[in-house]
Design a protein around this ligand. Sequence first.
Ligand SMILES: Cc1cc2nc3c(=O)[nH]c(=O)nc-3n(C[C@H](O)[C@H](O)[C@H](O)COP(=O)(O)OP(=O)(O)OC[C@H]3O[C@@H](n4cnc5c(N)ncnc54)[C@H](O)[C@@H]3O)c2cc1C
Length: 415
Amino acid sequence: MSRLHPDFSVTIIGGGPAGLMAAEVIANAGVRVDVYDAMPTLGRKFLRAGLGGLNITHSESFKEFCTRYGDKQTKLQLYLEAFPPDALRSWVHELGIKTFVGTSGRVFPNEMKAAPLLRIWLQRLRNSGVRFHMNHRWLGFNDDAMLRLANPTEEVLVKAENAILALGGASWPQLGSTGTWSPWLEERGVKMATWQSANCGFDVSWSEHIREKFSHSPLKSVSLTFTDLNGETTSRQGELLVTEYGVEGSLIYAFSRQMREYMTAHGKATFTLDLLPAQSFEQILKILKRPRGSRTMSRHLQNCLGDDTLKRALLYEVLSREQMENPLTLAKYIKALPITLLSTRPIAEAISTAGGVSFDSVDANLMLKNIPGLFVAGEMLDWEAPTGGYLLTACFATGRQAGLGVLNWLQNDSK
Ligand SMILES: Cc1cc2nc3c(=O)[nH]c(=O)nc-3n(C[C@H](O)[C@H](O)[C@H](O)COP(=O)(O)OP(=O)(O)OC[C@H]3O[C@@H](n4cnc5c(N)ncnc54)[C@H](O)[C@@H]3O)c2cc1C
């Protein structure tokens, strides 16, 4: 890109991973960048993501990686090809942060946290001239189509041209991304898909016993099978968490889009759990058929389930006492225990959201077709992906693209 006019400047609203990546691309081209954010500090959701172990990207093949974005794969692939997981890892390494690949193929910084990375990155951005304006909340457009930014003492007006919105999704609003800006874009003809919970928990009507004894208990080494709306059946092994209200955790998140879609169509959804995926039905039946003498069924079950009291309690949750006495029925349910989901947990609790700015409303550079010169990036666009580093990778990749897009606009289209 040839040198841009020194008077050019770009406004970015939203200082999460997407907005900061856009800022880096623009500052590196020698253009002045002002980043505004509603919160007192930057990257709050990114920091929160680092508390449970920052899963920055995934090491699986790029072909496989791209499939994780479901029906939005074709929309995102261009940006992911330009900034693939390997490039993201190299970028992290350039910041002086080492990474490692976990057993599941997920990529983490060695320290697992987001804070060291963010600290070094923000310093690098400041050194390259990026200016940060905290406590500035975007309030929509004024009558002259300027962007209204309110800080605690005044309202500032900024041109909507040469600007990027990177406002995040609508979950965990306490960290800054509230999704409340949707109507302001809709009024300007931007198509918005309704916000929905993604990577979320689901409600199950557990008995008092499960709620009291097993809230926040992990259910380890199980295999979940679910048949989606199209009749496609998928199984996956992993771990989930039984909570007071129902279920959550990585194994549930991996299916949350399909489960949510099924529930929207049918009101509820049922998946089955194989409680002993390492053993065949026949092996389990053989053990259960052994004479148990005077031992209780709970003691007898220990031969199969070991000391896993949660797995045992879940069987009692579904089967009658009579069914529990029948080895054939019991073996069948150990291999396929049905659990019915009644509702999706609220958006505010979800790890991420589906919905947001429709790809129909943006061009290939992520500029809003109805508002020339205004670009969008990150989770505020309408895509979703499971946990596994896919969320951050797409936020970085679209942030980078919006940055390049605005530079391209400054150089060519704005003349
Ligand atoms: C608990 C948790 C764990 C997670 N773990 C992972 C993980 O391990 N790996 C992974 O890939 N993803 C993870 N994610 C998801 C990931 O953090 C997000 O997808 C990512 O932060 C989105 O980046 P973004 O830049 O699009 O938006 P955000 O990070 O949400 O940033 C948006 C910014 O815009 C600002 N903003 C919003 N509205 C306004 C307004 N009106 N005016 C001014 N500023 C505004 C906000 O204050 C915020 O700073 C996790 C999320 C959560 C909640």
